[in-house]
Design a protein around this ligand. Structure first.
Ligand SMILES: Cc1ncc(COP(=O)(O)O)c(C=O)c1O
Length: 386
């Protein structure tokens, strides 16, 4: 067999799917497993949004559309950014993508060369490291520490900047820790990028998922016009993971290149999905507040429950739907602890190390499940750590 490309040997996958496979194998053997491994809301796409997609198919909106995205959706995104981020981009800055993840991939492809340095949070979403590795960039992790509520400390970023730094990736609210960065932290990081001529990619997929706190973007400083690229999407807070729809707000010259990546890779994002997206942005939003109300109860249930377990300590997350308990006092490492609770208690969670070396000593629970499942999982884990 001919050899694969260097990049193909460097790119890597996600542990969430490995744990899911182990859990499903146990289920095949007849075991009852409680699932906390996959990061997906436990509700269906709201009816009015789904109907807009169905009607679009009925109206034969099933053909190719412009690679950069439908003008109507891009205009809706412009209004959305104005309302939620406080600046009004031009439609030329908006690029529609099939999910947020391709946005990360293309934005990194468009900005990073082999040998460049990419600063990203650790623990953090695995795609940042995987794509950096694929590109032959140096992976520079900025540690998210429990004593700093898992928020990025701008001083740590400053220390990591060299003349090779090309990109800083920010993710708030954050996966896997649920941390939310402050306005001041965001501004300081944006100022560093500006001063050192570095791109920022801001992954804001959980932007509407905060508890008693406000979401800030580092892109408001330059209004995504010179060095910052804002990524957001419909997967999480509109419960549309399977529809595959996201968007980027980028400097016009970058947006033009991103459009070329889309042309070459996917031609365009599905037309009917985009019509559903227009309804999502412009239609009734009340279900988001209702969903977040329920998530808050679940968050409190899992955090209180985890804190009642011997050797476990969990910080209260301010966003997303993940709890990230410290399990160091159990005496186990993250992988062994995740296996222990899977095989002994039938609870599937991810080891913190699935999100990078600084995730050692932690587990990630996606609490987008019922309160009953959360309470049962806590009882089961309690019983094996007595
Ligand atoms: C931080 C972060 N970014 C991006 C994504 C992917 O979003 P999408 O499903 O829209 O590609 C996820 C999904 O888990 C995520 O947690």
């Amino acid at each position: 067999m001919p050899s694969l490309s260097i990049g193909a040997n460097r790119i890597y996958g996600e542990a969430a799917f490995e744990v899911l496979a182990k859990a499903q194998e146990l289920e095949r053997q007849g075991k009852n497993i409680l699932h906390f491994e996959i990061g997906e809301p436990d509700m269906e796409t709201p009816k009015h949004i789904a109907l807009a997609g169905i009607n679009a198919i009925k109206e034969k909106k099933t053909h190719y559309v412009p690679s950069i995205g439908l003008l109507e959706l891009r205009q809706s995104v412009v209004n959305e950014i104005e309302q939620t981020r406080g600046f009004r981009p031009n439609t030329e800055q908006i690029v529609i993508t099939p999910g947020l993840k391709p946005g990360i991939f293309f934005a990194m492809l468009a900005t990073v060369n082999s040998g460049d340095e990419v600063i990203y949070p650790d623990p953090g979403y695995p795609t940042y490291g995987s794509v950096s590795a694929f590109l032959g960039a140096r992976q520079v992790m900025v540690p998210l520490l429990e004593e700093n509520k898992f928020q990025i400390n701008p001083d740590d970023v400053k220390k990591l900047i060299t003349d090779k730094t090309k990109l800083i990736i920010i993710n708030s609210p954050q996966n896997p820790t649920g941390s939310v960065m402050t306005k001041k932290e965001m501004e300081e990081i944006a100022m560093l990028a500006e001063e050192h001529d570095i791109f920022i990619i801001s992954d804001e997929i959980y932007s509407k998922m905060t508890y008693d706190t406000t979401h800030y973007t580092p892109t408001s400083r330059d209004q995504a016009q010179t060095y910052s690229i804002l990524l957001d999407g419909f997967s999480k807070y509109y419960a549309m993971t399977g529809w595959r729809l996201g968007y980027m707000v980028a400097p016009v010259s970058v947006a033009k290149r991103l459009q070329d990546f889309l042309v070459s890779a996917v031609s365009c994002t599905a037309a009917f999905t985009q019509w559903a997206g227009i309804e999502a942005l412009t239609g009734d939003q009340t279900f988001i507040a209702e969903m977040m109300q329920r998530f808050k109860q679940k968050r409190d249930a899992i955090v209180n429950g985890l804190n009642s377990i011997n050797g476990v300590h969990c910080t209260l997350p301010k966003g997303a739907f993940y709890a990230f308990p410290n399990i160091k006092k159990t005496g186990m490492n993250a992988q062994d602890c995740a296996d222990h609770i899977l095989y002994k208690a039938g609870v599937a969670a991810l080891p913190g190390t699935a999100f990078g070396p600084y995730g050692e000593g932690y587990l990630r629970f996606s609490y987008a499940t019922s309160i009953e499942t959360i309470n049962e999982a806590v009882e089961r884990i309690q019983s094996i750590f007595e």
